[in-house]
Design a protein around this ligand. Structure first.
Ligand code: AMP
Ligand code: GLY
Length: 425
């Protein structure tokens, strides 16, 4: 069969890599892909929001299955367009992807169905938001309602901070229209855990847990980013936590979406905070995490095509998801200055050091070929250096060892990815 993957980051690289392992797959295309994805798929020069072109490409090339990796096209309704054209596609429809596309929607859903999350209020005018903040408890959290590349969240220590935050989100529109409406939320404390799950409209099966490192700098300092590194499994996702989440969060969310007439098929990513009062939902995403996918999919034992098909056909109950006992760690190599200002176009050397090794992977997040055919940096997050190990300590040591194998100007990384593991042991 022929598969098309939509996206061009590290998540889509690991997706293409995993899909390539399926015996059912003869050919993979990726739109737009990147220089690393080109090793496993044919890259197609179509942007993820060019829906008509994607549909036309899938028809012309008799694509059997399309997998949408990114949030923007999902929230924009790419799956609906494919379905309308009679094409088979993995991912939630627009009316279900809103679970990620609108924080106000997801918070209201959780409130209505008693799914544990932080208390909140929604505001459509800066004046009302400021009025509310005058009597609020600090720290407090401001969130742009819409998609903002994981960066539209501000943690404010004081009224002055929050006042500036309202200006940034709602008046200066730093994250565009996503700030037309904001959610102001109670500040929670605790460890964060990411749980990705496959969902077929009715049944939800969780993948192994992971832990992101969202801030740009060591010690969780600096700005929020899309994610600077990740590890799986999370030792903090214990059997008790799992028990609670299975009872009160995972199935409850899938049932709530169904009850709202928005059945969810695809991946739900539960961003959880393990608070002193128990696990609570920080956020939902309607897709694999990036770089969560890079640490979870190398441990997935199933043929991923079988799982995608089961989600589409509503037969996920028949799939027994299996993960290897190994641990996996990803360290993101970014371009210095990310997530704000950074340069692109630096030549990348040392990629060949990863060849022929089956416990080290170099997933490309933001790379391209220059005019001479060299692989150069093409984004804030550039490479995802990934390693498997018998436990998290070993995987972490291996991933950091491998960060030295590959180089480019302005290479920047956090040095404490997975440090929480060492601290806990
Ligand atoms: P989100 O995009 O909603 O996951 O938020 C990004 C990051 O901001 C999260 O991973 C948390 O580290 C932090 N955050 C979001 N909401 C809260 C909250 N209510 N309390 C404390 N931290 C939060
Ligand atoms: N790494 C967080 C995300 O993909 O949203």
């Amino acid at each position: 069969m022929k598969v098309l993957v939509v996206g061009g980051g590290g998540r889509e690289h690991v997706l293409c890599w995993k899909i390539a392992q399926s015996k059912q797959v003869d050919k993979i295309y990726c739109a737009p892909g990147n220089a690393g994805i080109a090793e496993v798929a044919e890259c197609v020069d179509i942007k993820p929001m060019e829906f008509d072109k994607l549909v036309a490409f899938a028809k012309e090339n008799a694509i059997d299955l399309t997998v949408v990796g990114m949030d923007d096209p999902l929230v924009g309704g790419l799956v609906d367009e494919f379905e309308a054209a009679g094409l088979r596609v993995f991912g939630p429809r627009k009316n279900a992807a809103i679970l990620e596309g609108s924080k106000a929607f997801s918070k209201d859903l959780m409130k209505k169905y008693n799914i544990p999350t932080a208390g909140y209020e929604t505001f459509e005018s800066p004046e009302d938001a400021r009025e509310y903040l005058k009597t609020a408890k600090f720290p407090i959290v401001l969130k742009a309602d819409g998609l903002a590349l994981g960066k539209g969240v501000l943690i404010c220590e004081s009224f002055e901070d929050a006042d500036a935050g309202v200006k940034e989100l709602m008046e200066d529109k730093k994250f565009g229209a996503s700030g037309n409406r904001i959610v102001i939320e109670e500040f929670m404390t605790g460890r964060e855990v990411s749980v990705l799950s496959f969902v077929d409209g009715n049944v939800v099966k969780i993948m192994s847990s992971a832990q992101d490192h969202k801030r740009a700098k060591d010690g969780d300092q600096g700005l929020n980013t899309g994610g600077m590194g990740n590890f799986s499994p999370s030792p903090f996702y214990t059997a008790d936590v799992d028990d609670f989440c299975q009872k009160h969060i995972f199935q409850a969310t899938v049932d709530a979406m169904k009850a709202e007439g928005r059945p969810f098929k695809g991946v739900i990513f539960f961003g959880l905070m393990l608070t002193p009062e128990g696990p609570k939902v920080l956020e939902y995403n309607a897709r694999f995490g990036d770089p969560e996918a890079q640490v979870v999919l190398p441990r997935l034992q199933n043929d991923i095509i079988d799982v995608f098909n089961a989600c589409i056909d509503g037969t996920l109950d028949q799939i027994d998801l299996k993960f290897s006992d190994e641990a996996c760690v990803t360290v993101v190599l970014a371009s210095d200055g990310y997530p704000e200002h950074y340069e692109k176009g630096f030549k990348i050397t040392g990629k060949e050091n990863f060849e022929g090794k089956n416990d080290y992977f170099l997933f490309h997040a933001g790379t391209k070929f220059d005019a001479e055919g060299n692989v150069v940096t093409n984004g804030g997050r550039v490479l995802d250096v990934t390693a498997l190990g018998k436990d998290l300590k070993e995987a972490r040591a291996k991933a950091y060892e491998a960060t030295e194998w590959v180089n480019f100007d302005n290479k920047y990384m956090r040095h404490d990815i997975g440090k929480a593991i060492d601290d806990a042991q």
